[in-house]
Design a protein around this ligand. Structure first.
Ligand code: NIG
Ligand code: ZN
Length: 407
């Protein structure tokens, strides 16, 4: 089955060759993009969608979420609104509620959050464990996560639970817990921060998870200057996320990590000399009243950035990538093109899915190009600029995921 989407007012492909086109059309064939060109030259197809001059972009790639949780942390949010600052310890509240929830409820909650994201244009999602924090509960979270999202990250090193020594817990994460989650996850992450895991403990986690064949990610430099970024670069992590507090050395190290990379030659996960993407989390910064991550400074230094929702009950209870993009433009100083790029191609880059076909035969996501997965987001607006020009307005008109009408 083929489908022609024609009369597209603005097609922002985020593909190097295609760029942003006007009066464009796209043909989808099964799960892939088969043709891109001028609307007047569009070939025939089995079905036709008239975009009526609306904008079309790649579906959002949300590369950082924590969707497997139960319970509610409104009280913590209210305390923060009243002036308290965010502390990692709040994670324990979600751990207790998550442990008490049935498999059915955790799955239902996870699927509901994915559906909420998809209804706003998100077509590719990563999520993390990290509200289980013992061997069986982390295994359960990883298993359930693997049934609801595209990419699963092991975050046993999210918080040291009460009643266990930090080093002993780190050892557990690196051994039995890692073994328990291994069948369900392809990534590992560590919260390297004051109140969570020290650089030394983080190093142990990254070393063990790398040895187990997992790709690496780091929660770093969220609450203060620290070693998260340096550690992420040293370990060749695919991304370091939050990055609110950066020294010039951190920024240079991130830029330097991409110096041997040629996007065309080193396509796909695990190939070539990939650097570390800096993932900024605008909604989290607002919700915790943190200094905004210096997204523009990173872009100017040549560091590839991603924008993600960080959907979680503590620091960022939103699935809206459009809100994150609007914030990145209005508050972080990115151009609309840069922000949309970070929320699509950037997310794919942070997950090693930006080009080529992976060993599992999965197609590239995050940009609109022939052969890529047909993940498209049509706006109820003539251009992507409206995402920032009309912040907070639900602009999603239609969503295709792998060629299927999702919204
Ligand atoms: N910073 C660490 N983890 C999450 C917050 C988790 C929570 O507070 O529940 C984050 O990315 O912000
Ligand atoms: Zn997070």
């Amino acid at each position: 089955m083929s489908e022609l989407i024609t009369n597209i007012g603005e097609l922002m492909t985020q593909d190097r060759e295609q760029g942003t086109r006007r009066k464009a059309a796209v043909v989808l064939e099964g799960e892939r993009i088969a043709w891109i060109g001028d609307a007047i030259h569009a070939p025939a197809a089995d079905t036709v969608v008239d975009a009526q001059g609306r904008a079309v972009l790649p579906g959002w790639v949300d590369s950082h979420t924590h969707l497997i949780f139960a319970g509610d942390r409104t009280a913590e949010f209210e305390a923060r609104v009243a002036g308290e600052s965010y502390k990692a310890g709040g994670i324990a509240v979600s751990v207790e509620a998550t442990r008490a929830a049935s498999d059915y409820d955790l799955t239902r909650l996870g699927l509901g959050r994915v559906a909420e994201a998809m209804s706003q244009g998100t077509t590719y999602l990563e999520t993390k464990t990290g509200y289980g924090l013992d061997v069986e509960e982390e295994r359960r979270s990883a298993r359930i996560a693997s049934t609801v999202v595209d990419e699963v990250t092991f975050l046993g090193a999210h918080l040291v639970p009460q009643g266990i020594d930090a080093d002993a817990y780190t050892e557990l994460v690196c051994s039995e817990m890692l073994e328990a989650v291994r069948p369900y996850v392809s990534w590992a992450d560590v919260f390297c921060e004051r109140g969570a895991f020290t650089p030394e403990q983080s190093r142990r986690v990254l070393t063990a998870c790398r040895a187990a064949g997992l790709g690496l990610r780091v929660h770093g430099n969220q609450l203060g200057h620290g070693e998260g970024v340096a550690l992420a670069v040293e370990f060749g992590a695919a991304s370091v996320d939050h990055v609110n507090f950066l020294t010039d050395d951190d920024v240079s190290a991130l830029a330097q990590s991409w110096s041997g990379w040629d996007g065309a030659a080193n396509a796909g996960r695990g190939a070539g000399v990939r650097g570390t993407v800096a993932t900024v989390l605008p909604a989290c910064d607002l919700s915790t009243r943190a200094p905004l991550a210096p997204a523009k400074r990173l872009v100017q230094a040549g560091v590839p950035i991603a924008i993600a929702s960080n959907a979680n009950p503590g620091t960022s209870y939103t699935s809206s990538m459009a809100f994150c993009v609007a914030t990145a433009v209005l508050q972080m100083g990115l151009s609309v093109h840069e922000a949309v790029r970070a929320a699509t191609f950037g997310g794919a880059l942070a997950l090693g899915r930006e080009s080529g076909e992976d060993v599992d035969g999965q197609r590239a996501v995050g940009s609109i190009a022939v052969g890529h997965r047909a993940d498209l987001h049509m706006l109820r607006a003539p251009s992507a600029t409206h995402l920032a020009y009309r912040p907070g307005v639900p602009l999603t008109a239609a969503v295709w995921r792998a060629g299927v009408h999702a919204v």
